[in-house]
Design a binder for this molecule. Structure first.
Ligand SMILES: C[S@@+](CC[C@H](N)C(=O)[O-])C[C@H]1O[C@@H](n2cnc3c(N)ncnc32)[C@H](O)[C@@H]1O
Ligand SMILES: [Zn+2]
Length: 353
């Protein structure tokens, strides 16, 4: 069967191809076009659709790899169909990345990128892109899987995608520092069943040490949803409500994007892609997020529109924004008590009219 996706026509017989990931690949092509790189290594190619589109739509020189010999045949056929030529390797991605370095490495596996992360960090010179579909392990719904794959602890919170995305980024950042590399997220998102992160890679002894200033923990109270950022070595006292904090992490505490980079990508986008990118662009980078319905329920309060809570918090001088991954969640550096006060105000005002 032949499918048309973006600028490519590809056959997908006997290889993995998920049409639901088209939005992700469409967005990737804009990201790739904004990168200052030529070589692109599609480490887990399947049909080769990502690498082929990267060549056709973003002018990259793609190198393909898949462990499945059937995939190699399909990729070769797909290259021919699109008038392209390119190197196609039939190897274990981890072994290939140990032996060769690439300007830009893309790891798009089934489930978790964890088994490929060490070699991907070893190999990537300038950019690293990763996908994770094992969101349960990352966001705290499968705590033991998170510990086993990512060496990080989480429980399911009211804003599980914030925690999940940050656990993934934190893991990648930690995997890179042993090679004296620092990873900086250019753009990242949580959508449907997956997380996607595009990193800039810098080889630097000092940066790979100072990056730990942006890795740490999140103290979380499951009774009142209070969240507090903790750096390495810092302890968590009891929550103000009297409950004990659960300490989640290590996770990434830094920016989820490079604002200047996302602005560049937004300029190239149209329609739904632009809408989505704008949500990412306006989002605050603080790690403390709250689900308004969950918070309102704890106190039996009326749920206000997220936008009005954000505006009120900003008026009070706090950093605040909506989130790209949840329509009724907000991010703010204000304490949860401040957010609850706004919910109380809204509840009493709306019961009056
Ligand atoms: C999720 S699919 C890739 C999808 C593809 N990137 C796309 O956008 O359609 C994962 C692919 O990884 C391949 N694979 C699994 N383990 C591998 C390994 N250790 N080395 C290389 N390829 C592997 C599988 O054969 C499969 O084709
Ligand atoms: Zn509490």
């Amino acid at each position: 069967m032949e499918v048309q996706e973006g600028g490519a026509r590809i056959i997908v017989d006997e290889v993995f191809y998920n049409p639901r990931m088209r939005f992700c690949r469409d967005l990737d092509m804009l990201v790739f076009a904004a990168l200052d790189s030529k070589e692109y290594f599609d480490a887990l190619s399947a049909s080769g659709v990502r690498g082929i589109r990267a060549a056709l739509e973003a002018g990259k020189v793609a190198v393909f790899n898949d462990i499945n010999p059937k995939a190699v045949k399909v990729i070769e056929e797909n290259l021919r169909r699109n008038g392209l030529s390119g190197e196609v390797i039939n190897g274990d991605a981890a072994a290939v990345m140990r032996q060769r370095s690439f300007e830009h490495v893309d790891v798009d596996p089934f489930g978790s990128p964890a088994p490929f992360m060490d070699s991907a960090c070893f190999s990537a010179r300038k950019y690293l892109s990763i996908t994770a579909t094992d969101t349960a392990a990352l966001c705290g719904s499968a705590t033991n899987s998170g510990l086993k794959k990512y060496g990080a602890f989480a429980v399911k919170t009211d804003v599980y995608h914030e925690v999940g995305l940050r656990m993934l980024i934190g893991f990648a950042v930690r995997e890179a520092t042993k090679y004296e590399k620092a990873l900086f997220p250019l753009i990242s998102w949580a959508r449907e069943h997956y997380y996607r992160v595009h990193f800039k890679v810098r080889r630097s002894t000092s940066m790979s040490a100072s990056i730990y200033g942006k890795v740490g923990y999140l103290a979380y109270c499951s009774a009142c949803l209070r969240k507090k950022v903790l750096s390495f070595g810092e302890g968590a006292e009891r929550c103000k409500c009297g409950e004990k904090f659960k300490v989640l992490g290590p996770i990434w505490l830094g920016e989820l994007k490079d604002r200047g980079f996302v602005e560049k990508v937004v300029e190239m986008a149209e329609g739904k892609l632009k809408e989505f990118l704008n949500k990412i662009l306006i989002e605050s980078d603080v790690p403390t997020a709250y689900s308004l319905p969950v918070l309102a329920k704890i106190h039996s309060l009326t749920l206000p529109p997220a936008e009005s809570v954000v505006e009120e918090l900003k008026k009070l001088g706090y950093e605040a924004s909506r989130t790209h991954y949840c329509g009724f969640c907000i991010k703010t550096d204000a304490d949860r008590d401040e957010v609850v006060r706004l919910l109380e105000k809204y509840s009493s005002e709306s019961s009056r009219d």
